[in-house]
Design a binder for this molecule. Structure first.
Ligand code: ATP
Length: 202
């Protein structure tokens, strides 16, 4: 089983994926891989330095994310170049990790921050799971528990696709509008659904 897991910022996606990991799923974390591919020795590092120059490196020779962000912030061509270098590298590492888990017969969960309908076919997902939380709950969690400034939290939520758009992509919606205990019950319900799904697709 290859499951795509997504959700808006502050929705509780990381909490859900780590709980699925605790139940035995292999988690392929797109954010983590995105950070790894640009580390020195990573598959996108050399091409980035070649394209953007040494100015994107910090004193220790690793990527200065702030410097790169400043370059691409106002330059659309630079942003496209950055994506053209990093996205294929990220996709390849994700596909490799997923294939390893699937070969072992594990349930593999791709933890993907942004999901559009093309991702389902690109990765051959068996199902898409969306973690859904009301905007106010997501903002409150980001402010209270992750130290975000409220205006920043609201802007980040607003910059993403809407809850409705995301839910339309889902085969299963995890409702995280309630307490942590309620979320645990939703995760139990999700895991049961995944386990019951597995024999049907094999
Ligand atoms: P991001 O996209 O920023 O990584 P996320 O969707 O992965 O966010 P989490 O990190 O899982 O979200 O959750 C955001 C914060 O809210 C975390 O501190 C988490 O512990 C907390 N949280 C998640 N669900 C609940 C809940 N039902 N009640 C209270 N706090 C929650």
């Amino acid at each position: 089983m290859l499951i795509g897991l997504t959700g808006g910022i502050g929705s509780g996606k990381t909490t859900v994926s780590s709980e699925l990991g605790a139940r035995g799923a292999v988690i392929v974390d797109a954010d983590l891989i995105a950070r790894r591919v640009v580390e020195p020795g990573g598959p996108a590092f050399g091409a980035l330095v070649e394209r953007f120059g040494d100015g994107i490196l910090g004193g220790d020779g690793s990527l200065d994310r702030g410097a790169l962000a400043r370059i691409v912030f106002s330059d659309e061509a630079a942003r496209a170049a950055l994506n053209a270098i990093t996205h294929p590298a990220i996709r390849q590492v994700m596909a490799e990790q997923a294939a390893q888990g699937l070969e072992r017969g594990d349930t593999v969960v791709l933890d993907i921050p942004l999901l559009d309908s093309s991702v389902r076919s690109r990765f051959g997902l068996d199902a898409v799971v969306v973690v859904d939380a009301p905007v106010e709950a997501a903002v409150a969690r980001l402010v209270d528990q992750r130290g975000f400034d409220e205006t920043d939290a609201r802007a980040r939520v607003a910059a993403q696709i809407t809850r409705q758009e995301r839910r339309r992509l889902a085969d299963f919606v995890v409702d995280n509008s309630g307490t942590r205990e309620q979320l645990q019950r939703e995760i139990d319900r999700l895991w049961k659904w995944i386990v019951e799904l597995a024999p049907r697709s094999s």
